[in-house]
Design a protein around this ligand. Structure first.
Ligand SMILES: C[S@@+](CC[C@H](N)C(=O)[O-])C[C@H]1O[C@@H](n2cnc3c(N)ncnc32)[C@H](O)[C@@H]1O
Length: 228
């Protein structure tokens, strides 16, 4: 494995676990169901997705949330193209990417393209999937978010758990997230931990708590109130 890729372990030989952050990339129960519940439904994407819609994500990982969005787009037979940008500091290797995707055969038509173009993607190149443009900003989020000069319709906040990966949930990161959100834009995340919820409120989101995925008590989602 190349040195530039992060080292993983595997739970049940199927779900990737970060050695660096000692956390799972997604639910052990069903990562795709979780992505659909937390991020697709959490941002009401089935009804909001349209040509030119701009999604941004903190933590690309295996790309599962991107693949779930591709599936939602195609299921809804939307015309045109959506834009997806993600911020990732520690890209996984192509072989780990392929191994992670094996658990989701229903996503294979989207996953294949991601696997084939992975080297370009983690070089930071924009890749055109036909129905989506994907660009991953590679590097520490505290630096890469600063060079992203756009406002988006929707955020997927998907760092590892806040107690294991506090860098992804710091006030200044969530402040930049808010600044780079259109008025009326949204976010969702699987965590409802108090300091994250309060910071998201402080930086300008109207935050709602709802039942979390599976055994999780709560998750949060929110809408950017105005642009002041
Ligand atoms: C929970 S995983 C994301 C799972 C991913 N969305 C998926 O669909 O597989 C969190 C991700 O955040 C990344 N990350 C953690 N700290 C970071 C930082 N400071 N800057 C950029 N990325 C970071 C990790 O490398 C990891 O890929």
């Amino acid at each position: 494995m190349s040195k530039k890729h992060v080292q993983l372990s595997w739970q049940n030989d199927t779900v990737p676990v970060s050695n660096k952050f000692e956390d799972y990339y997604y639910s052990l129960e069903n990562g795709l169901h979780e992505a659909n519940y937390v991020f697709i439904d959490g941002n009401s994407l089935q009804k909001r997705l349209s040509h030119g819609f701009q999604i941004a994500e903190l933590g690309f990982g295996t790309g599962l949330n991107f693949l779930a969005t591709c599936a939602a787009w195609n299921k809804a037979s939307k015309a045109g193209k959506f834009n997806f940008v993600s911020f990732e500091g520690y890209p996984i290797s192509n072989s780990d990417l392929r191994k992670a995707h094996l658990l989701f055969p229903e996503l294979s038509e989207y996953a294949e393209m991601l696997q084939t173009r992975w080297d370009e993607i983690i070089e930071g190149n924009l890749v055109d999937f036909g129905y989506a443009n994907l660009k991953v900003f590679v590097g520490d989020v505290s630096k890469t978010l600063k060079v992203f000069n756009s406002k988006v319709d929707c955020w997927f906040l998907d760092g590892f758990a806040p107690n294991k990966n506090p860098e992804m949930w710091e006030d200044n990161i969530l402040q930049m997230v808010a600044l780079k959100t259109k008025p009326g834009g949204s976010f969702s995340t699987y965590t409802a931990v108090g300091h994250v919820r309060r910071t998201l409120e402080k930086v300008g989101f109207e935050v709602t708590r709802k039942k979390g995925f599976s055994k999780k008590r709560h998750m949060i989602h929110g809408i950017k109130i105005s642009d002041d």
